[in-house]
Write a protein that binds this ligand. Structure first.
Ligand code: UDP
Ligand code: MG
Length: 326
């Protein structure tokens, strides 16, 4: 029987994890696949890890993974996917915003031959108008700038086939914009529509500062358009400067004009100074990312792990094989 692993990253989700597991199991039981679940504790500070361990103790299909600290969802997800050995994996949030009831539909598309099946939100319940607006603006901008099409209104909720997993495992970049990476690997991809539910319990880990950073991450990881924009702005500014220079020169030759006005000089100096700083900032964003990549640090460390089917307590707590290559 083909094997399916459900990968669930969780950070401080003690309020919802048990309910989530119950709903997930209800769905998995209806599938004619060999299913297991892999929970990743992304350095939670509440009792998420204790709950995970009790789930694993009660159910042999549950595997748990504890990262050495909070690395962020993208890395937690990567850690989980690195440890999957199955014919397909489903990635799902622990807060029940992605309905587990959709998994059979994802599986159906996979059985029809697709490698990546993602779920696209047709509505975002329980999110403010402003959040919806910024999310929409972000996806549209990504669409314009990015070299690979990142599907709109699509979170990380999706199914990956074995070869898609294998491809993804080879992308070891530190700046992990997962939505983009999923799209980048290619293969046969398709989507299904769903209504995104509001969070069941607990609260979102995103604030606007983190979202803004996430957006910059996405754009810089998948596009060098901002660098090109700096080049073009610089060219346009030089052209204008050249024309103005000509004008000043001709005026001086023909009319032996006195020194032109201080205000216009000030405006030009400040304007160009601003543009130069902006361009430097853009370059800095890319350079900083380059720096982070060049350090070649492992993506994460694992503090404890019990993979599905393993006896609880049988694992090696010192196991930190973070850069596992397949
Ligand atoms: N998450 C994580 N590490 C983090 C932040 C979030 O593993 O540093 C998990 C979180 O527990 C949840 C999923 O990622 O399962 C989505 O997080 P959240 O609901 O906060 O994001 P949103 O749904 O608002 O995009
Ligand atoms: Mg959520």
């Amino acid at each position: 029987m083909p094997k399916l692993t459900v990968v669930v990253p969780a950070y401080n989700e003690s309020a919802v994890l048990a309910i989530f597991h119950e709903r997930l199991c209800g769905v998995l039981d209806t599938l004619s696949l060999q299913c297991d679940v892999l929970y990743i504790d992304d350095g939670s500070t509440d009792d998420t890890w204790a709950i995970m361990q009790s789930l694993a103790a009660a159910d042999g299909r549950v595997g748990v993974l504890k990262l050495s600290r909070n690395f962020g969802k993208e890395i937690a997800l990567t850690a989980g996917l690195d440890h999957v050995d199955a014919d397909a994996a489903v990635v799902i949030d622990a807060d029940l915003q992605d309905p587990p009831e959709l998994i059979p539909e994802l599986v159906l598309q996979w059985q029809a031959g697709f490698d990546v099946v993602y779920a696209t939100r047709s509505a975002r319940a329980g999110e403010s108008g402003f959040k919806r607006f910024t999310a929409a603006a972000f996806y549209r901008t990504m669409e314009m700038l990015s070299d690979v099409p990142v599907p709109r209104d699509t979170g990380d909720f999706r199914l990956l086939s074995r070869r898609a997993l294998k491809a993804l495992a080879q992308l070891r970049e530190r700046q992990r914009f997962m939505k983009g990476l999923f799209a980048w690997i290619g293969y046969r991809q398709t989507s299904i529509q769903y209504l995104r539910d509001p969070r069941k319990a607990g609260k979102t880990k995103w604030n606007y500062w983190r979202l803004a950073q996430f957006a910059i991450e996405g754009i810089t990881s998948f596009s060098s358009a901002p660098l090109r924009l700096a080049t073009w702005t610089g060219l346009a500014a030089s052209l204008v400067a050249f024309l103005m220079g000509l004008k000043v020169l001709i005026k001086a030759l023909l009319h032996s004009d006195p020194v032109p006005g201080y205000p216009s000089l000030m405006v030009v100096v400040l304007f160009l100074g601003g543009i130069q700083l902006l361009a430097l900032g853009v370059i800095g964003e890319y350079l900083g990312r380059n720096y982070a990549e060049s350090k070649q640090r492992p993506l994460y460390f694992i503090e404890e792990e019990h993979l599905p089917g393993q006896r609880v307590g049988a694992s090696n707590a010192f196991h930190t094989d973070a850069t596992r290559q397949r």
